[in-house]
Design a binder for this molecule. Structure first.
Ligand code: PLP
Length: 231
């Protein structure tokens, strides 16, 4: 059996096991295979094993892969520059990394030109690390208030990248904070906001993230192995 097939099976088994343990329905947790730096052949192998959604963190990689791998949903999970929105607006299903008002406005403008509603998540830097993008937890409500009126943007939830800790228990607190804010906003039923997705958890910490309410886990290394960066 190929390692990709085996890894996907292992991750799916782990997702189901965590859900069983805490009484969640595994279908509430979507697996997004993070394919940054991964070549088309390996991505196609993952797709053949049932992967329906892939995450990329660079506009260029989405553009390069899009024509070759078209039978999947693309998720933009990396930092997005305003001037590059136009290249991916018609190619991605969900943008996880909205963290600036002007970025949301640009997405709205480009979505309108394409006659579509773009679904987005707001990226939150819960641990307030200098090295990471995202707004602060305490800014979420104001941020949503500023962009909820954009007609061609639909806010579907929140995303975070937890700090890397050898012991994933150490980041549980960040997931918990985000989930509680998520629930609070959801309860408000704001216009233009439909809190469905909480994108949190990567290879190292996805089990803890699911325990804390994640509905989308973004897994790269756990499926494809260590990445090789060319530059
Ligand atoms: C690379 C990346 C991932 C996947 O990380 P792994 O540790 O390889 O699972 C998840 N989310 C984002 C935003 C990433 O850039």
């Amino acid at each position: 059996m190929s390692y990709i097939k085996e890894n996907i099976r292992d991750i799916q088994t782990q997702i189901i096991a965590v859900c069983d343990r805490i009484g969640r329905d595994p279908s509430e947790v979507q697996l997004i295979a993070v394919t940054k730096t991964i070549d088309s052949a390996r991505i196609k192998e993952a797709v053949a094993q049932g992967i329906t959604d892939i995450g990329e963190n660079k506009v260029q990689e989405i553009m390069d892969k899009h024509d070759d791998i078209y039978d999947v949903n693309y998720h933009m999970i990396g930092h997005l520059q305003t001037n590059k929105v136009k290249y991916i607006i018609d190619k991605v299903k969900l943008i996880h990394s909205v963290d600036k008002i002007n970025l949301a406005e640009e997405i709205n403008k480009r979505a309108k030109q394409h006659n579509k509603i773009m679904d987005i998540l707001i990226q939150v830097n819960v641990a307030e690390e200098d090295s990471k993008f995202g707004i602060k937890s305490m800014e979420i409500k104001e941020f949503i208030h500023k962009i909820e009126g954009l007609e061609n943007v639909r806010i579907l939830g929140l995303m975070t990248i937890a700090p890397y800790e050898e012991n994933p228990e150490d980041v549980r607190k960040y997931f918990r904070i985000l989930k509680s804010i998520f629930d609070e906003i959801k309860a408000k039923n704001l216009p233009g906001v439909d809190m469905q997705y909480l994108s949190m958890g990567m290879t190292n910490d996805f089990e803890v993230a699911i325990e804390e309410g994640s509905t989308m886990v973004r897994i790269g290394t756990g499926i494809f192995g260590e990445r090789t960066y060319l530059k």
